[in-house]
Design a binder for this molecule. Structure first.
Ligand SMILES: [Zn+2]
Length: 449
């Protein structure tokens, strides 16, 4: 993390752009600046509800007072140190030369390196007003280390290597906080997540986590509700991105499903019930990629168009042309090509005599060929209306030993539960998450009373 005074200030403002923080700062420029900094050095959780800023004043001159020079004396023991940090922000109209001057970088080796070395282009070509920069200098003015925020998640570093300066990019050290949210389904999952200010990426993860239990294209009903705990990543108190769903609880048509994330020591992420049973099933409920577009597409609320024709042996999912189609289980491509009324069709063979059929596709995933292995959820094609289709939709069939089965009703075997060697670790990690989900239930009950 690069320490940035404007960053600290900006966290109060709950805004996406660091620049805005600076502009806001200008509005307060009659106040003693360092006093303001102290006042706003608050925890990010408390910062999130408060201030909405919508107006942006374009022309700015950054205040001189932002420059901070650390004294070359260790405050702990009083001994003089042989280096100090210079902290600043890039200003409007800054050039590399003006910035180096202001940071007091005076050794020619550093100046030349920053000016001409190809590895420093990421820095010199991206001097954006308001971005934080810090330089550690020897008392003689030699650059020891330079740190610059290229964007909200990446830092550019210059330091002395064995043979002169080196430059590289690295991830900013972000702080992770858990965000807890609840929402109720009124019309669609995305309408609910929008209303609760939950990012799309989290909505899609939720649909994915429960995809073996709930078909989010067809099963959702008004009044369904969910609680979710997910990671939010901050840099200097500013939200920069969302991470993984850590735990979720989804009540669909009166039945509650719970999921807790577990990252095993090898770093693999899987979702389990709080009791340690796998949520992963050998077949997906729906082979359609869940997205904002496909979720709301002409389904007469939530139902896929279930054909009543006698000859029809599959499920039709109405979805816009181009929506991704996923392999519903691990398998081998048995057929890929054109077949009569199916149009462009893929047939996959799976274990235990199961095969699946995906028809009317607009196109196939590039490189998909007969005999190829595919894994569950792998993108294999795209929704279309080739063959005998009156509108864009996916025609999906599931057969066991050549017999058609209703893919929406067939019982799906679950994957193995949490491995015995990880059980203790799993429960240690999941217990506080389950408690957080319960907290959300308790608070929503409280609000009903
Ligand atoms: Zn069909």
């Amino acid at each position: 993390m690069l320490k940035s005074k404007t960053g600290i200030l900006a966290q109060k403002a709950n805004i996406k752009e660091r620049k805005l923080g600076l502009r806001w700062l200008l509005g307060l420029s009659t106040l003693p600046l360092f006093g303001i900094y102290a006042a706003f050095a608050i925890a990010p959780q408390t910062a999130l509800q408060e201030i909405e800023i919508s107006t942006v004043i374009e022309e700015i001159i950054l205040p001189e007072a932002v420059v901070e020079t650390a004294y070359a004396v260790d405050p702990q023991n009083g001994f003089a140190q042989d280096s100090y940090w210079q902290v600043d922000q890039v200003r409007r109209d800054d050039t590399l030369a003006s910035l180096m001057r202001r940071l007091n970088i005076t050794n020619n080796e550093a100046i030349e390196f920053l000016r001409v070395h190809p590895d420093t282009r990421a820095f010199s070509s991206q001097l954006r007003p308001g971005r934080s920069i810090r330089a550690e200098l020897s008392n003689e003015g030699d650059l020891r280390r330079l740190e610059y925020e290229i964007d909200r998640t990446t830092a550019f570093i210059v330091e002395r290597g064995e043979s002169g300066y080196i430059a590289y990019k690295t991830d900013l050290a972000l702080q992770t906080h858990n965000t807890l949210k609840s929402a109720e389904i009124n019309s669609s999952l995305f309408a609910a997540t929008d209303a609760a200010d939950i990012p799309d990426q989290i909505a899609i993860q939720i649909a994915d986590i429960f995809s073996s239990e709930i078909d989010f294209h067809s099963d959702l009903r008004k009044g369904d509700r969910f609680n979710v705990v997910y990671e939010s990543l901050y840099n200097d108190g500013q939200l920069v991105k969302t991470g993984q769903v850590l735990a979720a609880e989804f009540t669909n048509q009166g039945k509650t499903h719970r999921a807790v994330m577990y990252r095993n020591p090898e770093g693999q992420i899987s979702y389990y019930t709080p009791e340690g049973k796998s949520l992963h099933k050998s077949f997906l409920r729906s082979p359609l990629e869940f997205s904002r577009i496909s979720s709301g597409f002409s389904m007469g609320r939530f139902h896929p168009i279930l054909q009543k024709m006698r000859a029809h042996k599959g499920v039709d999912y109405a979805a816009p042309t181009g929506t991704g189609v996923k392999a519903s289980s691990d398998g081998v491509v048995d057929f890929v090509g054109v077949k009569g009324g199916y149009g462009n069709v893929i047939i996959l063979k799976h274990q235990n005599g199961v095969s699946t059929v995906y028809g009317h596709l607009s196109r196939f995933a590039s490189g998909l060929r007969k005999g190829m292995r595919v894994s569950q959820s792998q993108l294999i094609g795209y929704v279309g209306m080739t063959g005998m289709a009156t509108g864009p939709h996916l025609h999906y069939e599931l057969l066991i030993n050549g017999q058609h089965r209703d893919p929406l009703k067939v019982a799906l075997p679950a994957a193995a539960p949490i491995a015995p060697q990880y059980r203790a670790d799993f429960f240690a990690a999941s217990t506080p998450l389950v408690a957080q989900l319960q907290l959300l239930n308790a608070s929503s009950l409280a609000s009903i009373e």
